[in-house]
Design a binder for this molecule. Structure first.
Ligand code: PSU
Ligand code: MN
Length: 303
């Protein structure tokens, strides 16, 4: 049984030991509205290619775990309704039943590692939700970072989350949280969160070395690279804070929980910022794709 279906160009790049960057698909199906989602997915792949690496967008299509999607698969996924949002818990069930699902950060990391891809670019990771002390809502992305050896480039954790608690959990799990090029932890749509990141690195080559060093030490898990959104695209923290509070209140009022919460909050913020959150989201994803490609190139040069 073939577990992973590599696209021809991803297979060729991996066989040659070339740089490959994994990309997730939940951001396409649950994170952005049609038709911008398809446009962004294509732009992100192009950004990875322009930076000298091969993009590998990951999803489960009709039960097949695909690493690298064709143009037609990407288009179909962007418009598909009722696509499952897959994490560690449900990816195998989706595959066994021959269904289609988009991979979150956690599921994308699992597929990437199995395929031999060490670097992954996304927008923001899941984390500890506000009110987690009663809801227990902590994203499986955090556990995945602790056990799967993939370096994930994100713009920090989304500001809709409880960032101090997210940092605490990552520390407990032994996940290196590394701000890129600054001391402050970025907060997705804003360059700073008001919190200091535990670690800082300024050089893709050193990030690649740290990744290899972890595995040489026998430490499981990956690294989280928190890459600040480009200055011209950011939304100031003070502008966002009241809107985030409003979105969280709305979610509570409507009883939105579990898997539905993150997509709901993203959509609500899109409305409350009159589309600005999406423009910022696009800019930061592209920026992360470029940095991930640079790290992947250093990793393949080192290997
Ligand atoms: N970042 C975005 N949009 C998204 C997500 C991240 O800009 O839709 C997705 C990622 O796939 C992430 C998931 O893994 O949200 C986290 O969901 P949860 O909080 O339910 O674990
Ligand atoms: Mn959750």
């Amino acid at each position: 049984m073939t577990l992973i279906h590599l696209s021809p160009d991803v297979r060729a790049a991996l066989d040659a030991g070339g740089p490959v960057v994994a990309l997730e698909s939940t951001i396409i199906t649950h994170g952005m509205p049609w038709p911008q989602n398809l446009d962004v997915a294509q732009q992100v792949e192009a950004a990875v290619r322009d930076a000298g690496a091969t993009p590998a967008t990951i999803a489960v299509i009709d039960g097949q775990l695909c690493v690298g999607l064709t143009d037609r698969q990407l288009e179909a996924l962007s418009q598909a309704k009722h696509v499952a949002k897959l994490s560690r818990a449900d990816m195998a069930v989706c595959m066994a039943e021959g269904r289609t699902g988009a991979t979150t950060v956690a599921a994308t990391m699992i597929a990437a590692e199995r395929a031999g891809i060490a670097v992954f670019a996304t927008g923001g990771i899941g984390g500890v939700h506000k009110g987690a002390e009663s809801s227990f809502d902590i994203s499986a992305d955090l556990q995945e970072l602790a056990q799967t050896a993939v370096t994930v480039v994100a713009a920090g954790a989304k500001a809709i989350l409880d960032l101090p608690k997210t940092l605490e959990v990552l520390e407990t799990l032994g996940v290196p949280v590394i701000a890129y090029g600054q001391d402050a932890l970025p907060a997705f749509w804003s360059r700073t969160s008001g919190l200091r990141a535990p670690l800082r690195m300024d050089d893709p080559a050193a990030i690649a070395r740290a990744h290899h060093m972890r595995s040489a030490l026998g430490l499981p898990g990956g690294q989280l690279i928190a890459n600040p959104i480009p200055a011209e695209a950011e939304i100031a923290r003070d502008t966002l804070a009241p809107l985030i509070a409003e979105a969280n209140r709305d979610a509570e009022r409507h009883g939105i929980t579990g898997k539905a919460l993150t997509p709901y909050l993203l959509q609500r913020l899109y409305e409350l910022t009159e589309g600005r959150s999406l423009t910022a989201n696009i800019a930061l994803v592209l920026n992360n794709a470029r940095l991930a490609a640079a790290i992947a190139r250093e990793m393949s040069a080192e290997a």
